[in-house]
Design a protein. Sequence first.
Length: 234
Amino acid sequence: MNVESRAVTTNQNGNHEDLTTIVMRHLRSPFRKPIQEHNREAFAQVQKLVADWTGPIILDSCCGVGESTAWLAEQYPDALVIGVDKSSHRLARHAHYETAGAGQQYVLVRADLNDFWRLAVEANWQLHKHYILYPNPWPKAAHLSRRWHGSPVWPYVIALGGELVMRSNWSIYLTEVASSLAIVNCAAAVQPLLLTHQPITPFERKYQRSKQLLWELRAHLPEDGRYFPAIEAE
């Protein structure tokens, strides 16, 4: 059954008025939350693959059922594509979306990105591309800190480097990300996606059926992102 999706509703008229203050605070202050052991173990398994890999690395964060991860592996057969999601239920549904062929390299891992990204920075990962497709928008103004760019883990996203690609059905989410990156002198472009473009996630497919406007952000993250005070202090 095709279920249409309602457009995002928000009490914000534009970027959050406290965005700059909150992003600057996180850039200056280390993220002290202890890393959970199960996330450390999950990362260790992936790190074994990365340590032996000499090609580009693409990270598909919030990968859900992994449809986008498999698609990226098709598009970039010379890369190791890593899909990460915290939901075992979503990851268990991946078989329905699997399209891997000969020579493709991708892996799915269950982990909390608040820990996984920090461990990746600690292990000196430098990404070729980083996809974050349709993250939970948390559109209420009071929930800014729940958006990735409003959370204390944001400096680690920047530190992983590479080309950041984000998509959302709420344009303000991406304009906030662009403003957050501008703070570290990183330019980001936000463009609408055509309704005819190929959907690569179940959410994207559902939003298209509902005729929602979809948006994409692209930015080349700074190479010196790992030298933020928030990360140096650890």
